[in-house]
Design a protein around this ligand. Structure first.
Ligand SMILES: [Zn+2]
Ligand SMILES: [Zn+2]
Ligand SMILES: [Zn+2]
Ligand SMILES: [Zn+2]
Length: 599
C-alpha cells in the first residue's frame, strides 16, 4: 500500500519485465509523493520519495519499485464514513431536492460537527448522488422510466387529486407506451389528475385553452407542454402536463388526442374547445386543427405578446418616429371592437403605410404574417372581454414550475416525471375559484388609489340649471368619469431580459393610451349599475380605472375593491335640496311615529 502520490512522468518504452519474446512496449510511470503528513512535517521541502511503475502493454503485468524514504511513515487518517443517522438525514434532504453541498452544510448544524468530523463534500456527493440515482429516479434509463410511468397509468380508480399518466400509444392493457425519443420512436407522456381534467367540463366559451412549450427542465433536452385554461380574470388553471421528445405535428396530435381520450374516460363527455391561444407555430396550429376542427368551432388566437415581439424586432431598422406610428396603429387594430371596424381600420392603416417608402417592406411582412393566414386572430374582439389575449397566464405558470418544482435545474427524466406528477396533485388541491365574471385586479385598484391621490380622476358634474344637468340627473346610474395624465399601466414582464421588459413597457404605454382614447370632454359615461365603461381598456380587460373609481365614488366598493353594504341612510349632502323627495325613501317613513306615540 503506497502513500498518496501523483504521476510525474508517463511514457512508452521497450518492455523488460515479461517473458514474451516478441519486442513490444510497456508503460513507464514515475510517481512523486503528495502525502499530507510528509508535507506537515517538512512544509518547505519536497519529499525525496520516488515511485516507479512499469506496466507491460501485452501481458498486463505491473512492477512497482520505490527509491528513497518518505520524510515520515505516518499516513493521514482516513475520513470517517457517514454514520447511519447522517445517512438517514442525507436521504431525507435528497428527497426534498437538496444539493449535496446544502446537505453537507445542513449536517454541520444538525449534528453540531466541526470541520474534522464533517464528512467531505466528495463523500456526501457520492452518497446523495447514488441514493437519488437508485431510489429517486434521477436517471435517464428507459426501462426504469417506463416502469415508473406504467405504474402510474390511468386505471379509473384513482382519487380525485391523485396524479396519473396517459399517452396516445397504448398496449393491450391500456398502459401507456413510450419510445426512446429517437426520430422513429418519439417519447410522449402526459400527466394529470381527475380534478384537473374536470376543470374543462364547462361551457367552452367561458375559457381560453392555452398550450405552451417550456424548455430546460431536463437533461435530455425534451420540451414540456403545459396545457391549461384561463378564466375571465386571466388567471391560469392547470389541466395537464406533457413531456415529449419532439415538437412536430405528430407529437401535438398525439398529445391532444390523448388528452381528449382521457378526458372522455374521466368525464364520459366529449372535450369541446372554442378559444385556443397559441404561438406562431405551424406544428401546433395543425395539431389543433386535426384533433379538434372536426367537431369544435375552434378559434385559434395568436398570443399578442408574440405579435408585438416580432413587430419590435422588424421595426428596429426604422426611424423611431415611424416605429412609434406603426406600433400605435397595430395597437389600434388590436383594440378594434368588431370585424367591420377592424376591416375599415386595416384598410386605412395599410394605405397610410403604403404612402411611405421605408414602410413598404415592413408592410408586406406584416400583411403576410399577421393579417392573413393562420395567425391573423390577435384582436380583442375575438374572445369575450376579460379573457386573455396573450399566453402570459401559462408563461407565469411555467415560471412557478421552474421555481418550485425543478428549482431552475435540469433534472434527470425519472426525477422530472415525479416532480411534474407532484405538481399536478398540488394544483388539484388549489382552491382558487374559476372566475366567470371579470374583477378589478389589485394592481388596478392600486392605480386608482394613485390616480385619486394625484387628482387625475374626476367625476364630471354639470352646473345646476343647465340642460346637461337635467339630462345628467335623469340617469342616476350613469357617472361621468374623466381621467387625466398618461402614466403607464404596469404590465408584468415574463422575464428579466431587456427585450421582454421593452415589450411590457411598450404595452403599458399603449394600454394607458387606450384608457383615454376617444374620451368625451364630459368624461366616460360609466354605467354603475351594470358595471360597464365605454373605454377601450374596459373592452379588453372587462375592468378599468373609470369603473372602479365610479363605484368608489358611489360607495359601492371601497378603495381595495371590496363590495360595501348599500347605504340606506339620509344623504346629508343633498338633504337640504330635496329632502321631501329623497328623505321619503330612506329611514323611518315620516308618517310613522315612534312606538310610544301609538300607545
Ligand atoms: Zn511485456
Ligand atoms: Zn512522502
Ligand atoms: Zn409563448
Ligand atoms: Zn373605462
Amino acid at each position: 500500500s503506497l502513500k498518496p502520490s501523483k504521476v510525474t512522468k508517463s511514457q512508452l518504452v521497450p518492455c523488460t519485465i515479461c517473458a514474451i519474446p516478441v519486442p513490444h512496449a510497456m508503460r513507464y510511470k514515475q510517481l512523486a509523493c503528495t502525502c499530507s503528513e510528509c508535507k506537515k512535517v517538512a512544509p518547505y521541502t519536497t519529499c525525496p520519495w520516488l515511485g516507479k511503475v512499469l506496466i507491460c502493454q501485452v501481458a498486463r503485468i505491473a512492477a512497482v519499485s520505490e527509491a528513497d524514504k518518505h520524510i515520515t511513515v505516518a499516513t493521514a487518517s482516513r475520513k470517517m464514513k457517514l454514520t447511519e443517522p447522517q445517512k438517514e438525514f442525507a436521504r431525507e434532504m435528497a428527497k426534498h431536492g437538496m444539493k449535496p453541498a446544502h446537505v453537507r452544510n445542513a449536517m454541520r448544524s444538525k449534528f453540531r460537527l466541526d470541520d474534522d468530523d464533517l464528512p467531505t463534500l466528495r463523500q456526501v456527493q457520492n452518497f446523495v448522488n447514488h441514493f437519488s440515482k437508485s431510489k429517486l429516479g434521477a436517471n435517464d434509463r428507459c426501462i426504469e422510466i417506463n416502469t415508473e410511468i406504467r405504474s402510474m397509468a390511468y386505471c379509473g380508480t384513482e382519487a380525485d387529486a391523485q396524479s396519473f399518466s396517459f399517452a396516445w400509444e397504448e398496449d393491450a392493457d391500456g398502459h401507456p407506451l413510450m419510445g426512446n425519443g429517437s426520430d422513429d420512436r418519439p417519447f410522449l407522456v402526459g400527466l394529470t389528475t381527475k380534478r384537473l381534467l374536470r376543470r374543462m367540463d364547462r361551457d367552452p366559451s367561458t375559457f381560453v385553452f392555452h398550450m405552451d412549450a417550456t424548455f430546460k427542465l431536463n437533461q435530455v433536452g425534451y420540451p414540456v407542454f403545459v396545457c391549461g385554461i384561463s378564466d375571465k380574470t386571466r388567471s391560469f388553471h392547470l389541466v395537464a402536463i406533457f413531456v415529449t421528445s419532439q415538437r412536430q405535428v405528430s407529437e401535438y396530435e398525439a398529445a391532444l388526442a390523448a388528452l381528449r381520450r382521457v378526458y372522455t374516460r374521466v368525464t364520459s363527455k366529449q372535450l369541446a374547445l372554442k378559444y385556443v391561444m397559441g404561438d406562431a407555430d405551424d406544428a401546433q396550429y395543425n395539431g389543433f386543427q386535426s384533433v379538434f376542427a372536426m367537431d369544435c368551432n375552434l378559434t385559434y388566437m395568436m398570443c399578442f405578446y408574440h405579435v408585438m415581439a416580432k413587430v419590435i424586432e422588424r421595426t428596429r431598422g426604422l426611424q423611431a418616429s415611424q416605429a412609434a406610428v406603426v406600433t400605435r396603429d397595430i395597437y389600434d387594430l388590436h383594440f378594434s371592437r368588431s370585424d367591420e371596424a377592424y376591416e375599415d381600420r386595416k384598410e386605412d392603416i395599410l394605405s397610410n403605410w403604403g404612402v411611405c417608402d421605408e414602410l413598404l417592406e415592413f408592410s408586406a411582412y406584416f400583411k403576410k404574417q399577421w393579417l392573413v393566414g393562420k395567425f391573423r386572430l390577435w384582436q380583442c374582439y375575438q374572445s369575450p372581454s376579460g379573457h386573455a389575449t396573450t399566453n402570459n397566464p401559462v408563461e407565469q405558470f411555467n415560471r412557478l414550475l421552474k421555481r418550485d418544482y425543478t428549482q431552475r435545474r435540469q433534472l434527470k427524466m425519472g426525477m422530472l416525471i415525479k416532480q411534474l406528477a407532484a405538481c399536478c396533485t398540488d394544483q388539484s388541491m388549489s382552491t382558487r375559484p374559476f372566475q366567470l365574471v371579470t374583477e378589478a385586479s389589485s394592481t388596478l385598484n392600486n392605480r386608482v388609489k394613485e390616480f385619486r391621490r394625484q387628482g387625475l380622476l374626476t367625476e364630471f358634474n354639470p352646473r345646476r340649471g343647465t340642460l346637461e344637468y337635467l339630462l345628467h340627473d335623469a340617469q342616476p346610474n350613469i357617472a361621468h368619469i374623466r381621467s387625466e395624465g398618461v402614466q403607464r399601466v404596469y404590465v408584468p414582464s415574463r422575464n428579466r431580459t431587456q427585450e421582454v421588459i421593452a415589450i411590457s413597457a411598450g404595452m403599458g404605454v399603449q394600454y394607458a393610451r387606450m384608457e383615454r382614447q376617444g374620451q368625451p370632454p364630459t368624461g366616460w359615461e360609466v354605467d354603475v349599475r351594470c358595471g360597464v365603461c365605454p373605454c377601450n381598456y374596459f373592452f379588453k380587460f372587462g375592468s378599468c380605472i373609470h369603473l372602479s373609481f365610479a363605484l368608489q365614488v358611489r360607495n359601492v366598493i371601497d378603495s381595495d375593491g371590496n363590495a360595501r353594504l348599500v347605504y340606506r341612510g339620509v344623504n346629508k349632502r343633498k338633504r337640504g335640496q330635496d329632502s321631501v323627495m329623497r328623505g321619503a325613501l330612506v329611514g323611518r317613513p315620516p308618517n310613522n311615529g315612534h312606538a310610544l306615540d301609538i300607545q
